[in-house]
Design a protein around this ligand. Structure first.
Ligand code: SF4
Length: 232
């Protein structure tokens, strides 16, 4: 695609916000975060409810984002597209190409709900943080959306087959689904070939306590090359 075509396509990206600097959202990289507007799911614990409405107008024009990034060449390593759900937007690939043309690496935070768009952008992505919100049979309940499990599984398999550096992330507390199902999920992810898994405590949710929970964490750690638990 030509640069002019990319510019026209990317300008349609609805940007809900811009974080100008982060050292934690793209592993090993200093990055800016572009928050994309819109997400059709309704997870009860969503931290960015202002980004859910796909019909909301952009808070920032894509051209302004590009101008900012142009001035950060040599200072930032990468740009992370986050949300909302970035793969909701047809303009994502063009925006990523423009970011790459400025010399930045591209990161993507996604919940995997649009496997076809993920396939389109995979060749443009250097790292993916993929949310696996629940065991497959629980996914619809956690996302409040029908048919979400098959989409996420399709996306996960694409990421694994493409061998794109990635991390899978799961937010959990026993209020979301029981501990034995969390164990089943870890076994399934490890069997599929996931190597990096982040488990984060649901904000405001409880946690099991004591030695049994430490044993659970040790078991999770043994299943992945790289495992981290983040308490809320
Ligand atoms: S998928 Fe992400 S952005 Fe969408 S509702 Fe769930 S937590 Fe919020």
């Amino acid at each position: 695609m030509s640069n002019a075509a990319d510019a026209a396509g990317a300008s349609r990206l609805r940007v809900g916000g811009l974080q100008r600097w982060t050292s934690i959202d793209f592993p090993g990289r200093l990055a800016a975060v572009v928050f994309c507007q819109g997400c059709p799911w309704r997870c009860s614990y969503c931290q960015n409810p202002e980004l859910l409405d796909a019909s909301a107008g952009p808070q920032l024009a894509w051209d302004e984002v590009l101008r900012f990034l142009d001035g950060r060449r040599g200072l930032l390593d990468g740009v992370v597209f986050s949300g909302g759900e970035p793969t909701l937007q047809p303009a994502l690939a063009a925006a990523m190409r423009e970011v790459r043309a400025l010399g930045f690496e591209v990161g993507l935070h996604t919940s995997g709900m649009y496997p076809d768009r993920l396939a389109e952008v995979l060749p443009l992505v250097d790292w993916i943080g993929l949310d696996i919100k629940a065991p497959w049979h629980r996914m619809d309940a956690v996302t409040a959306s029908r048919g979400s499990a098959s989409r996420v599984l399709d996306s996960l398999l694409q990421v694994l087959l493409a061998n794109v550096p990635h991390e899978c992330r799961t937010t959990w507390s026993p209020e979301l689904f029981p501990l034995h199902e969390l164990h089943s999920l870890t076994e399934e992810l490890a069997a599929l070939g996931v190597r990096r898994w982040r488990l984060q405590q649901l904000r405001g949710g409880s946690l099991p306590q004591g030695a049994p929970w430490r044993g659970d964490l040790a078991l999770f750690g043994a299943r992945f090359e790289d495992f981290e638990f983040r308490a809320a």
